[in-house]
Design a protein around this ligand. Structure first.
Ligand SMILES: [Cu+2]
Length: 159
């Protein structure tokens, strides 16, 4: 009978762990698609409604497998409260289908393939006020990230 040696078990566990790391079971560093820029910028206050919202991501995203939406928000002078309301709306509607009538956007301009630059077209004749831009993106490395920001349309002279 071979005597049991704890050091062998420890060595075997260490080997399994090391092989696991070799096989890529640890996540790759810094490979998700995060928002790296936008126009309008988050929390921007604009005189006029833009024709589109431009988003730049740190990695290309699969446009057809991603979601981009813009929704109007109820006016609120308190930015923290506005952002909280935006977050609640995002969690309710981001994955909802058939919500085109409630949305302020008219879809993504280029809707094929992978791109790190996204242009979300806005409907015409939108009212001034706060809006929330939201996304759920699948990056080419297969990771999903979500996010949102608000911008406010406030014609000059209206406080
Ligand atoms: Cu990633």
């Amino acid at each position: 009978m071979v005597p049991w040696k704890p050091s062998c078990l420890a060595a075997a566990l260490l080997l399994v762990t090391t092989v696991g790391m070799w096989l890529g079971l640890t996540p790759p560093a810094g490979a998700h698609a995060f928002l790296s820029g936008s126009d309008p910028a988050p929390e921007a206050v604009l005189d006029d409604l833009p024709g589109a919202v431009r988003l730049s991501f740190s990695e290309p995203v699969e446009v057809n497998a991603s979601l981009f939406k813009v929704y109007p928000l109820a006016a609120d002078d308190d930015l923290l409260r506005l952002k909280a309301a935006a977050g609640q709306l995002v969690s309710r509607v981001l994955r909802q289908r058939g919500d085109e009538d409630q949305r302020a956007d008219a879809g993504v301009a280029a809707d094929r393939g992978a791109s790190s630059e996204i242009q979300i077209l806005l409907k015409e004749g939108l009212a001034p006020g706060p809006y929330v831009v939201m996304w759920r993106v699948l990056s080419v490395d297969t990771h999903v990230t979500e996010g949102f920001f608000v911008f406010i349309v406030q014609p000059a002279g209206e406080e």
